[in-house]
Design a protein around this ligand. Structure first.
Ligand SMILES: [Mg+2]
Length: 193
């Protein structure tokens, strides 16, 4: 079993973040990290940032793309009969948008539109990071791919799962993590090694 994170691992929200940056008139700022860093410097910026994320991961998913190379990776897993699971820390509602958009429903609808071969029952949205890590352990994932190094470095991370950090910035990973700049590198790492 190979486990995949969802937001910013399988789903590329770049367009939705760009649209939000333009809406807030943030000048040259356009990526997720730039927006976060820019807003956090302002008084009350953390709340603005959380509300922005509620919009991006809710209605913004309509503009989101599949991360480049992810479809080819999934197709190759299916061809090799390697089971896949999506395991994501995703609450039903954003803390800054209670009772608003059902984030899990929006995510499942997006997955449905992508028409990839991951069965509904292999998609897990968990309430907490701890529950996500437990799920990775219970499914006995051989590999897990995530864009957040703090998830992969968590004390509770199952020790027998190999940790693959998807990081476009190509930061140097801290053991026992291995890093990959994109899905093509992840495919090489898993299928060629
Ligand atoms: Mg993520």
């Amino acid at each position: 079993m190979i486990g995949l994170d969802f937001d910013n691992t399988l789903v590329d929200y770049a367009e939705a973040f760009r649209a939000e940056a333009a809406r807030l008139d943030l000048g040259r700022v356009s990526t997720k990290t730039e927006i976060r860093d820019c807003l956090r410097l302002r008084a009350g910026g953390e709340i603005v940032w959380q509300k922005l994320q509620a919009r991006v991961y809710g209605p913004g998913i309509a503009q989101a793309q599949m991360m480049q190379g992810a479809r080819a990776f999934i197709d190759e897993c299916i061809r090799r009969k390697i089971p896949l699971a999506i395991i994501s820390h995703k609450t039903r509602y954003a803390a800054q948008d209670p009772g608003g958009v059902d984030l899990r429903q929006a995510a499942r609808e997006w997955l449905g539109r992508q028409n990839i071969g991951i069965a509904h029952e292999n998609v897990f949205f968990e309430e907490t990071r701890e529950a996500k890590l437990n799920r990775i352990g219970r499914l006995d994932c051989r590999y897990f791919v995530d864009d957040l190094s703090e998830v992969l470095l968590d004390q509770q991370f199952p020790p027998t799962t190999q940790r693959l950090w998807l990081t476009a910035a190509m930061e140097t990973p801290q053991p026992p993590i291995d890093a990959a700049g994109d899905w093509f590198q992840i495919a090489r790492y898993i299928f060629v090694s």
